[in-house]
Design a protein around this ligand. Structure first.
Ligand code: ADP
Ligand code: GLC
Length: 491
């Protein structure tokens, strides 16, 4: 059996701030189903430890790593084949709130220490130095918080094969040279062929440069990041590594995201009972004070309120779209000024625009079910999960054609309607004109029930499950093993 150590900074149900949390739960689960022996290593944030202790959890071992005494807590959730290891180290992880940001929205000042510890514990486990008599064949790292793992493994004798998955190049984990010395990492790593980046230390570079195999979360994003426009200064490195770089589209957890069985919905429905979707729309309109008279298309948005998601563009487009008969329900949390601008807009258009600031799992499911149209005007989107949830819920997506959005949404036009591939609407330029162009077309189409239902049924019948993508990861692991063997023979 293949053994896999999967390392991430968040995974549901222990901790989630975005799509990484979904992926770090459902990909290991799919691999375990396919026969892998999977252990997932996570930081022991207070809520994560509480979640673990609400089930069967025990202290696996005690370690001292980089001067920090810590405990490794093991838990296997009910109905799961995945074993989770949580690092219980109160000085670094024992603080409530966001895992990355303090109460003022700034990164925790000791993030370099916090995530270096995650990486160092990962390396101890990968090298079987924690006394567990378990050694993974593959170590799979995710995003900058785990980037030092491949870097440190590259200095070990006969390490396991390493894979680094990039979920978002906009977050790189860059810290000063002082932070590098503070961590007391091996000196040779502070080098252009290591984690040095323009005089600073880059966690992500450790993963992108030194993992045996790298990938990102959609084929289109894998191409985009090799260009200066989306490469954030790392496009040269990514082109240099293009032979070991690929894109694998994320899947979604179709057990959790299924309109036929989702316990969070007001009314369940499927392709056969599609008209029942309306009950969810009516409930949303009533609960959030949207005018219930008339058949207005309801547009939904759920996401982090950050520049990436293009919410500022949507804000500027909303007045014209409301004038065209659209209603909006928006759920998000993030930058305070965006939250404020959104709530001002809701006050300006009572009955047409509802805004909920915060993180709300239940409402996110209800918006997916109750909205007619789901808007994602992201400036860039490595994969994006919400458009896949929307497609599965018969909620037609309107997206900027980039990254994973381009790989999942097929724009509705005479040709794609004819060949049956149309499932949404897209636009090429991430600006207000682009959003208006695609959304007006969607609103117009909404009024033609037959065509609309054709789009809904197409999305609902597509397979967005992890099965296929997990197989692609297995091939990636095989390739990583071959490359790591080769590196061992010809270092
Ligand atoms: P990203 O990882 O860039 O945030 P994704 O589309 O991959 O984008 O994943 C976002 C995930 O987080 C989705 O599952 C989405 O439903 C969820 N999410 C984002 N913001 C909120 C929120 N305010 N309330 C509930 N769920 C949210
Ligand atoms: C990132 C990306 C998002 C992707 C998610 C999971 O946060 O922004 O597009 O879906 O990771 O891979």
């Amino acid at each position: 059996m293949h053994s896999l150590l999967f390392i991430a900074s968040e995974a549901i149900p222990f901790c989630k701030t975005g799509g990484l949390g979904d992926v770090a739960a459902s990909l290991p689960a799919a691999l375990a189903e396919q026969g892998y022996d999977v252990r997932v290593l996570l930081p022991g944030y207070p809520a994560a430890l509480e979640k673990a202790r609400s089930g069967v959890a025990f202290e696996l071992c005690q370690l001292e790593v980089a001067g920090y005494p810590l405990k490794l807590i093991e838990t296997v959730l009910p109905h799961s084949k995945v074993c989770h290891w949580l690092i219980d180290c109160p000085p670094l992880f024992g603080r409530p709130g966001n895992p990355y940001l303090d109460e003022t929205g700034q990164p925790w000042s000791d993030n370099h220490r916090r995530f270096a510890l995650l990486c160092r514990v990962g390396v101890e486990l990968a090298m079987d130095r924690a006394g567990l008599q378990w050694r993974p064949g593959i170590v799979h790292c995710n995003d900058w918080q785990t980037g030092l793992v491949p870097a440190l493994l590259s200095l070990e004798n006969a390490p396991p094969a390493s894979v680094f998955t990039l979920h978002n190049l906009a977050y790189q984990g860059i810290f000063s040279y002082q932070c590098f010395t503070d961590l007391q990492l091996p000196r040779q790593l502070f080098d252009p062929d290591g984690i040095e980046f323009h005089g600073q230390m880059s966690f992500i570079k450790g993963g992108l440069l030194l993992a045996d195999r790298i990938n990102t979360v959609s084929p289109s994003y894998a191409n985009e990041i090799q260009t200066a426009e989306f490469g954030y200064g790392l496009d040269g490195l990514l082109r240099y590594r293009s032979e070991v770089l690929s894109g694998i589209l994320n899947g979604i957890d179709t057990g959790v995201w299924d309109p036929a069985t989702d316990p969070l919905l007001v009314k369940n429905y499927d392709r056969q009972t599609l008209p029942d979707k309306r009950v969810n729309k009516a409930a949303l309109r009533q609960q959030y004070g949207l005018n219930a008279s008339g058949d207005h298309p309801l547009l939904g948005f759920v996401g982090r309120l950050v520049e990436q998601k293009g919410i500022d563009l949507l804000l500027a487009a909303i007045p014209e779209l409301v004038a065209a008969g659209a209603q909006f329900i928006i759920l998000g949390s993030g930058e305070k000024q965006l939250e404020q601008r959104l709530s001002r807009l809701a006050q300006q258009y009572p009955g047409d625009v509802a805004v909920v600031a915060g993180y709300d799992e239940i409402l996110s499911h209800r918006i997916e079910a109750g909205a007619d149209i789901f808007v994602m005007p992201s400036r860039f989107e490595p994969c994006g999960l919400n458009q896949m949830y929307s497609l599965r819920y018969g909620t037609v997506p309107v997206v900027h054609r980039c990254g994973g959005l381009a790989d999942t949404v097929v724009d509705c036009n005479p040709a794609t309607l004819d060949d049956g591939s149309a499932n949404g609407f897209s636009f090429d330029h991430p600006d207000v004109g682009g959003i208006l162009y695609a959304t007006h077309r969607a609103i117009e189409c909404y009024r033609h029930r037959d065509t609309w239902q054709q789009l809904q049924r197409r999305g609902m019948s597509q397979d967005w499950s992890w099965q296929r993508s997990a197989l692609a990861y297995q091939q990636l692991y095989q390739h990583a093993l071959v490359l790591s063997e080769r590196n061992r023979e010809h270092p």
